[in-house]
Design a protein around this ligand. Structure first.
Ligand code: NAP
Length: 256
């Protein structure tokens, strides 16, 4: 499976750290040429250098059509095309409904949901001429499946990505492009690691597999959707959460 992405051109938005960097690393290890996108060029370039395998760092803001268009042009010039777009960039500030401003709502929806749409549109001309066009969205369990206080806007954006996907996959099927989504549970990123081992242990306790996910766990799921072998899979989701959503109660979790 991993061989079918070797030599392919892959763009990962939000890849200077966290899940996106893990996705980028997994694709690079599978032999793909990877473009690491984030708003800050220096951080994108540093991440690309750490990933290796000819990865390049490019700056783009997924809320800004012009910067995405410039990035798309630069990547097509560098790689000769784009076969896979992993629309992963996202933000998750917390605010409960009673305190949240309209601007805070707009920022989260603008980055996570509209940003996915703008990313797809910017790379669509390149994906259309690929013979293995793939779009992989990073959604979440939060929103589509679960809830978490302070994340009404975030949950709406992550559920919205799946609504976007289910029509995008129909519209883009005529170009042979598939559109699928990975739904991570609690993943161990640099930001989470900073919160300390006690916080991490309490989070892991709610997961049947008793650990948080790694960024590579998400990368492997994205790699499957991007593979040639997954060419007949479109409009689908895969939950990668160590079984987190399954226990129906604390009793169910502790009595296993
Ligand atoms: P993270 O560690 O905070 O990294 C976010 C990445 O996105 C960074 O590279 C950041 O770089 C970039 N970014 C943020 N805003 C951007 C924008 N407007 N344009 C371009 N790039 C932007 O986040 P993460 O935890 O890896 O999350 C990545 C994705 O996974 C998100 O979609 C999130 O919803 C989803 N997710 C995460 C978890 C989890 O447990 N971590 C669980 C479920 C889903 P710059 O700041 O340089 O732009």
């Amino acid at each position: 499976m991993t061989h079918s992405v070797a030599g392919r051109s892959v763009v990962v938005t939000g890849a200077s750290r966290g899940i996106g960097k893990g996705i980028a690393r997994v694709f690079a290890e599978a032999g793909a040429r990877v473009a690491v996108l984030s708003r800050h060029r220096e951080e994108a370039e540093t991440a690309a250098a750490q990933i290796g395998g000819g990865a390049i760092g490019v700056s783009a803001d997924v809320t800004d059509e012009a910067s995405l268009s410039t990035a798309a042009g630069a990547i097509v010039a560098a790689f000769g095309g784009v076969d896979v777009l992993c629309a992963n960039a996202g933000i998750f500030p917390q605010a409960k409904i009673e305190e949240m401003t309209g601007a805070e709502w707009d920022e989260v929806l603008g980055t996570n949901l509209k940003g996915s749409f703008l990313s797809v549109r910017a790379f669509l001309p390149a994906l259309k001429v690929s013979d293995q066009g793939r779009i992989v969205l990073t959604s979440s369990i939060t929103g589509p499946v679960t809830g978490y206080p302070g994340w009404t806007h975030y949950g709406a954006s992550k559920a919205g990505q799946l609504g976007f996907m289910r029509t995008a996959c129909i519209e883009l099927a005529k170009y042979g492009i598939t559109v699928n989504a990975v739904m991570p549970g609690n993943i161990r990123t640099e930001g989470l690691a900073d919160l300390g081992p006690e916080y991490e242990a309490s989070m892991a306790a709610s997961v049947p597999l008793k650990r948080l996910g790694s960024v590579e766990d998400i990368g492997y799921a994205a790699l499957f959707f991007a593979s040639r072998e997954a060419g007949y899979v479109t409009g689908q989701t895969i939950i990668v959460d160590g079984g987190q959503i399954l226990p129906e109660s604390l009793e169910a979790l502790s009595s296993a």
